[in-house]
Write a protein that binds this ligand. Structure first.
Ligand code: OAD
Length: 257
């Protein structure tokens, strides 16, 4: 018996495009800690508040070393991790469809590493850097990430580097927001899928909610119910590493016929 409901299988066989939204849960099976829920970065409230404060724009300006100590932990986890079956399945889906876009909140770079091409990493990547003085951009090597103790120095002007990621209290990058608008709202995908996220940010939940409102097929993959579970057509309860390969198999097979 298939893991997927029959009407979802039939829908997947007919679609030509897909918009996907992912969050920390998609990297959980790569050993990356989620933010919320049991064992998440914010699970211990006091520790969580300190982490959020350290990962904020005002702290970066006042005490970049404090921000970088937390970023260094995230960067170390990223370089130690590898894409899992969920990341790989999304690449297979992109290969099989006419059009595909992936909006991720994850800063671990695993979708890019897996090979996703049309990617909007709206929160950036913790290994990417930008100089706070001269805007020079670069990327930390795995060795640099592992050895990081304080804010790194710009190789171009000796200024202070910042992570090229969105911190709390900062604006989202306008170029990526514009791509999100074009990809999710201008050329509406045939199906919108959301996986591994509590969808706390409006710009993350909105593409799914608007698609559902417009009568488009919508799917959620999450072991736990979330705020948007009641709005999607199919709410699949379980890990992304189990459901996404099953979806990829159906879409790939349909593409070959
Ligand atoms: P959360 O930690 O809020 O949510 C992770 C979700 O993944 C939860 O709903 C889990 O139930 C689910 N989950 C756990 N394991 C899973 C698995 N194997 N397969 C599928 N789902 C699984 O993470 P996000 O929603 O990504 O922002 O958090 C959003 C943002 O909040 C982050 O990007 C970060 C954070 O503050 C910034 O840093 C700006």
């Amino acid at each position: 018996m298939s893991l997927l409901p029959t009407d979802l299988v039939e829908t997947l066989q007919a679609i030509r495009s897909m918009g996907v939204i992912t969050g920390a849960g998609v990297s959980a099976e790569s050993g990356i800690q989620t933010y919320r829920g049991q064992g998440g970065i914010y699970d211990d409230e006091a520790e969580g508040d300190r982490t959020v404060e350290a990962l904020s724009g005002p702290t970066l300006q006042a005490d970049p070393d404090r921000t970088w100590r937390v970023v260094a932990e995230l960067a170390c986890r990223s370089v130690a991790a590898a894409p899992n079956a969920a990341h790989d399945a999304l690449v297979e889906i992109e290969d099989a469809l006419e059009h595909f876009v992936l909006l991720t909140q994850n800063v671990d770079g695993l979708h890019r590493m897996a090979g996703t091409r049309n990617l909007i990493d709206i929160h950036g990547d913790v290994l990417d850097t930008r100089c706070m003085q001269c805007d020079h951009t670069g990327r930390l090597t795995p060795e640099q990430a592992r050895e990081l103790q304080a804010a790194p120095i710009c190789p171009a002007c000796a200024g202070t580097l910042r992570p090229d990621a969105v911190l709390f209290g900062e604006m989202l990058p306008t170029g990526k927001l514009e791509r999100l608008r074009q990809e999710m709202y201008e050329r509406t995908p045939d199906l919108v899928l959301i996986a591994g996220t509590t969808a706390v940010f409006p710009y993350i939940a909105e593409p799914v909610l608007l698609a559902a409102q417009a009568g488009l097929p919508t799917v959620e993959i999450n072991p736990e119910p979330t705020e948007i579970s009641n709005f999607v057509r199919w709410s699949l309860r379980g890990p992304a590493g189990r459901f996404l390969p099953a979806m990829a198999a159906v879409i790939t097979e349909a593409g070959e016929q």
